[in-house]
Design a protein around this ligand. Structure first.
Ligand SMILES: NC(=O)c1ccc[n+]([C@@H]2O[C@H](COP(=O)([O-])OP(=O)(O)OC[C@H]3O[C@@H](n4cnc5c(N)ncnc54)[C@H](OP(=O)(O)O)[C@@H]3O)[C@@H](O)[C@H]2O)c1
Length: 350
């Protein structure tokens, strides 16, 4: 296949928070599309969605939907991917999966193009898109790893409600309205839909994202730890994470402490490496109160870094503040970048 070719593209979960942004990203990336197929559950089948001037009717996703599809983006939850991604691959499609279903499968490349695009060529039909909070962190840390070495990461996240899907966005909006009207806040989704207890997110902070594991970490925290090692090809890297949900709609922020291998570096050295890195925008000018925030990062595809400081006690320690739109670089944009790299390098078919 050549880059002049047009592709039949399916989006599974097209009516969801990530699916909507995949369509926006496909628009901006201009992957040449022959046929576009928009899929959802039975609930939204029949919904009409406009893309590049054409109105498409959303259809229920079934195994036979993937006949003739070249590239299928999946963002409809892990169980849907587990069931339907192999069906799509069986019919000749390459699947780019946004869920956690295949991320830690040794046969499946887990890709952030700025870090490990070369891994794509080893795919067997499925390429996994990492967790949103992992993507922005590894994109910002890879240039530092390459230049100065990296042995330890300790991250605390400040994550937006859209990371938990459109229902969580609605829940925050409804709770905020209720609170300001002096009414009781109803909690049915967060911290984890399907768990027994739910707590208000409006005017609150929830130190639980996804379910708890036996070791006391949440699944989101373990995703950040394990996925970082896999993407950076470094099982010996020391990684710890604390993931917290906060009441804003879009973009995750992260306070990240790192230990590099090189002695005697300054914050200016770290900033210099970041300022030249692809997809990274340095916003760091304390004298003029310049630093990234979730609101300023919203709608943008870059990863923004600010508040770069040298640790006061450890010569090899540095602190950074990393912010990016969780639905774009954290999900849709990264998957469309993967598709683009796959096409450009002729890696679509094995
Ligand atoms: N939000 C993020 O920041 C983010 C980032 C990275 C990865 N992800 C992952 O991406 C996936 C989707 O997340 P989201 O935030 O977009 O969720 P969402 O807003 O709740 O949307 C879910 C989408 O999946 C569809 N769906 C549900 N059940 C289905 C089924 N049985 N068959 C086919 N389609 C089905 C829904 O269709 P209906 O309209 O018919 O219900 C909807 O289009 C999740 O696995 C999530 O972990 C999310």
């Amino acid at each position: 296949m050549t880059s002049l070719q047009k592709y039949n593209v399916a989006v599974v979960g097209a009516t969801g928070a990530v699916g909507e942004k995949i369509l926006d990203s496909l628009n901006n990336k201009q992957i040449p599309i022959n046929q576009l197929l928009l899929l959802s559950s039975k609930r939204s089948a029949g919904t009409e969605i406009e893309f590049q001037g054409t109105t498409y009717t959303v259809q229920e996703a079934k195994p036979e939907s993937f006949e003739g599809i070249d590239i299928a983006f999946f963002s409809a939850g892990g169980s849907v991917s587990k069931k339907l991604a192999p069906e799509a691959v069986k019919r000749g499609a390459v699947v780019i999966d946004n869920t956690s279903a295949f991320r830690m499968d040794p046969e499946v490349p887990l890709v952030v193009p700025e870090v490990n695009a070369q891994d794509i060529k080893n795919h067997n039909g499925i390429i996994a898109n990492p967790n949103c909070s992992t993507i922005q962190m590894v994109a910002a840390l890879q240039p530092l790893k390459e230049k100065y070495g990296l042995s330890r990461i300790v991250v605390s996240t400040y994550q937006a409600v859209s990371g938990a899907g459109n229902e969580a966005v609605d829940e925050l909006r409804d709770q905020a309205k209720a609170f300001l009207n002096g009414e009781e806040m109803e909690s049915n989704i967060l911290p984890v839909s399907g768990e027994e207890n739910h707590y208000p997110i409006a005017f609150n902070a929830l130190p639980q994202i996804d379910v708890f594991q036996d070791n006391g970490y949440t699944f989101e925290e373990m995703k950040m730890i394990n996925e970082t090692k896999k993407i950076m090809h470094d099982e010996s890297m020391k990684v710890a994470a604390t993931c917290v949900r906060l009441p804003f709609f879009t973009s995750h922020a992260e306070s990240v402490y790192i230990e590099v291998d090189t002695e005697g570096l300054t914050a200016a050295d770290v900033k210099e490496a970041l300022s030249k890195a692809p997809g990274i925008v340095l916003q760091d000018d304390p004298n003029n109160q310049v630093y990234p925030t979730p609101l300023t990062a919203e709608g943008k595809t870059d990863v923004f870094v600010g508040r770069v400081r040298k640790d006061l006690d450890n010569d090899k320690g540095f602190h950074l503040w990393i912010v990016s739109d969780n639905l774009l670089k954290g999900a849709a944009w990264n998957s469309v970048q993967i598709a683009e790299a796959t096409i450009q390098n002729n890696w679509l078919k094995k």
